[in-house]
Design a protein around this ligand. Structure first.
Ligand SMILES: [Zn+2]
Length: 366
C-alpha cells in the first residue's frame, strides 16, 4: 500500500499570465500531474491555523487512513488486475469517465481528448509527474512508470480521471486553485465509479484516501501546516515551516504508517519521501494543492452539507482547427492547430454525494 498523491502542477501559469495581454484565450503549455508517493506536505494561503484545529485534523487523518486501509485490504479486485490492456478498452474507459464527469454536474461540455498515451518524462520529472494534459492540443499522457515495477501497484486510473477533468476546461485561476478544483472533481468521479462498481475504481479510491490522509498528516507534523478550506489560494503564499516539525506528531505518523503499509509499500514510500525531502519547498507546495486543499474540502463537504462551499470554474471550448498562436518560446506568431477557449464560467456548486456515501456509510468516518 503506497501512500501517494497524484495530481498536476501547472507549469504553464506563468506563461499564460505573460501571454494573456497578447493572446488572451490561447493557452500555451502543459498541465503536469505530480506523483508524490510517500508522505507529503502542503502550501498556501491559509491563515488561521490554531494548534487545536491542527491537532484535531491530525487525529482524524490518522483515523481515516486506518479506516480506508482496513477496507482496502478486504478488496479482491485491485486496479492492476483489471486495467485496460488494449486501446479499444482504454478508449471505452475514457468515454465512460467523460460521461461520468457530466453526470456529476461538473461540466457544461463533454470533451474527449485527442489522444491518451504513456510517455518517458525524462530525468527528474520521471520521478514526479504522474500525467499531463495539453490544453492547446487536447493530448493526455501518463507516466510510463505506471507500467514498470518502479511505482508498484500504483493505479493510474485516478490520474487519467484528473487529466480528463482538466480536459473539460478546468484550468482557470492559479496553479493551486485549478489543480485543487480539478482533483476534487476527479475524486468525486472516482467515488461515483467505485459506487457503480467499475472494476478497480474502489481500490483506487481507498488507496488514494489512505495516501492523502497520511500525506496531509505529514504536512501538519513535518511542515507545521494545517487544513486549507478554500481553493482560492496562490502558491506564492506558502506559509509552512521547513524547520524540524513536531516530533510527537512525527512519531505518531510514523507508527501509524508502519502499521498500515506492507514492508514493500513502506520501503517504496520511504524512498518517495526521501526524494521529495531533497526538494522541501516543492514538496510543501505539491502537498498543498494536490492533497491538503483537496482532502480538507472533500472531508468538510462529505461530513457536512454534502456540497462544496464555493463554485468551481471552467473555460468553454470555442473551437479547434488552425489558428495564429503566440509562441513565447520563439517570441513569434505561428500558425498552429490548437483549441480556442472562451471566458471562464462558474459551475454549479459540486455535490460530493458519492464520496459522502463512502466516507459516511461505508467507512463510518463521519
Ligand atoms: Zn492537474
Amino acid at each position: 500500500m503506497s501512500a501517494l498523491v497524484a495530481g498536476c502542477s501547472c507549469l504553464t501559469c506563468a506563461l499564460r499570465r505573460n501571454g494573456r495581454r497578447i493572446v488572451r484565450k490561447v493557452v500555451v503549455g502543459l498541465l503536469a500531474g505530480v506523483l508524490v508517493l510517500g508522505g507529503l506536505a502542503g502550501s498556501v494561503a491559509v491563515i488561521d491555523r490554531s494548534f487545536s484545529e491542527r491537532a484535531i485534523w491530525f487525529d482524524n487523518l490518522l483515523r481515516l487512513a486506518a479506516l480506508a486501509d482496513r477496507e482496502y485490504d478486504t478488496l479482491d479486485v485491485k486496479w492492476s488486475m483489471v486495467e485496460p490492456q488494449t486501446w479499444p478498452d482504454l478508449y471505452q474507459l475514457v468515454k465512460e469517465i467523460v460521461y461520468q464527469i457530466d453526470e456529476e454536474g461538473a461540466t457544461t461540455q463533454l470533451i474527449m481528448p485527442t489522444s491518451v498515451g504513456f510517455v518517458d518524462y525524462g530525468p527528474g520529472r520521471r520521478s514526479a509527474v504522474a500525467g499531463t494534459y495539453d490544453p492547446s492540443y487536447g493530448i493526455i499522457v501518463l507516466n510510463e512508470r505506471f507500467l514498470t515495477p518502479s511505482w508498484g501497484e500504483q493505479s493510474w486510473f485516478s490520474t487519467l480521471v484528473h487529466e480528463l477533468v482538466h480536459a473539460q476546461g478546468y484550468f482557470v485561476g492559479s496553479s493551486a486553485t485549478l489543480e485543487s478544483q480539478t482533483e476534487i472533481v476527479a475524486t468525486e468521479v472516482v467515488a461515483a465509479m467505485a459506487n457503480l462498481d467499475y472494476p478497480g475504481a474502489r481500490a483506487d479510491l481507498l488507496s488514494g484516501l489512505r495516501g492523502d490522509a497520511l500525506a496531509v498528516a505529514y504536512y501538519i507534523a513535518r511542515f507545521n501546516g494545517g487544513p486549507i478550506h478554500t481553493t482560492n489560494t496562490d502558491n506564492q503564499n506558502l506559509t509552512v515551516s521547513f524547520r524540524g516539525g513536531d516530533s510527537g506528531m512525527m512519531a505518531r505518523w510514523q507508527s501509524v504508517r508502519q502499521a498500515l503499509l506492507t514492508p514493500t509499500e513502506l520501503a517504496r514510500s520511504d524512498k518517495r519521501v526521501r526524494w521529495w525531502e531533497e526538494r522541501p519547498w516543492e514538496y510543501a507546495e505539491v502537498l498543498g494543492k494536490y492533497a491538503v486543499t483537496t482532502l480538507t474540502m472533500e472531508l468538510d463537504a462529505s461530513c457536512g452539507t454534502g456540497v462544496m462551499p464555493e463554485p468551481f470554474s471552467q473555460y468553454p471550448l470555442i473551437e479547434g482547427g488552425m489558428q495564429l498562436i503566440w509562441n513565447p518560446k520563439t517570441d513569434a506568431w505561428e500558425m498552429q492547430s490548437g483549441a480556442y477557449w472562451g471566458d471562464a464560467v462558474q459551475l454549479p456548486f459540486l455535490a460530493m454525494d458519492d464520496l459522502r456515501y463512502v466516507l459516511h456509510n461505508e467507512l463510518g468516518y463521519c
